[in-house]
Ligand binder design. Structure first.
Ligand code: AMP
Length: 213
């Protein structure tokens, strides 16, 4: 099964992708996570991406298309995968078409902008293993400490209030048109993002089960 999550930054794509990945035993592939890993490792790719990411802009299409091409040929993608945060532009979606990759379902998590702004402000990330948390919606057992590895929690540079607005603008201008793109292919499954993570999960699973028939 090939699935994709669409939605504004902070809509819950990554969180839901993690749950769906475990449930259906297919890898969740996040271009954002791959780029952050490259930045943490100080690779050429990471250094190239940093200024775009920290400023809330999109990394150029050719760079992310290259990353995704390389990742999708890995063995663990044979039985399917979940794309989280790719594509973000129509050009990226067309690149998937050119690779002959046909999505079975595109789950679009719908969350209003004002809720996104509240959510992103409380989002935290483990500086060591990359696990994601939220001070209200997904708190750690011990404040500021990762449940999984004991690492210190940090706020992503691009979750700072001044950057959030640009990321939302970018989403509306460049990524939201993908809803029409996939609706025209008959694979779009809108899910209304709920306050509680598990409620969104229930709707997401129902949408995926409707695809599986
Ligand atoms: P995310 O973790 O999905 O919120 O991504 C964090 C940042 O990485 C985004 O704000 C972009 O700067 C960059 N990024 C991730 N995925 C893409 C993509 N498909 N196209 C362009 N930039 C991306």
């Amino acid at each position: 099964m090939k699935l994709m999550f669409l939605g504004a930054p902070g809509a819950g794509k990554g969180t839901q992708a993690e749950v769906v990945s475990e449930r259906y035993n297919i890898p969740a592939i996040s271009t954002g996570a791959l780029l952050r890993e490259a930045m943490a490792n100080g690779t050429e790719l990471g250094m190239k991406a940093k200024s775009y990411i920290d400023g809330g802009a999109l990394v150029p299409d050719d760079v992310v298309i290259g990353i995704i091409k390389e990742r999708l040929v890995a063995d663990d993608c044979k039985n399917g995968f979940i794309l989280d945060g790719f594509p973000r532009t129509v050009a990226q979606a067309k690149a998937l078409d050119e690779m002959d990759i046909k999505m079975d379902g595109v789950v679009s998590i719908e969350v209003e902008d004002d809720a996104i702004i509240r959510r992103l402000g409380g989002r935290r990330l483990c500086g060591k293993c990359g696990s994601s948390y939220h001070v209200d919606y997904k708190p750690t057992a011990v404040a500021g400490v990762c449940d999984k590895c004991g690492g210190e929690l940090i706020t992503r540079a691009d979750d700072k209030p001044e950057v959030i607005k640009s990321r939302l603008d970018v989403y509306h201008e460049q990524t939201e048109p993908l809803k029409d793109f996939y609706a025209a292919k008959g694979v779009l499954k809108p899910v209304i993002g709920q306050e509680k993570i598990e409620d969104t999960t229930a709707l997401t699973i129902a949408a995926i089960e409707s695809i599986r028939g």
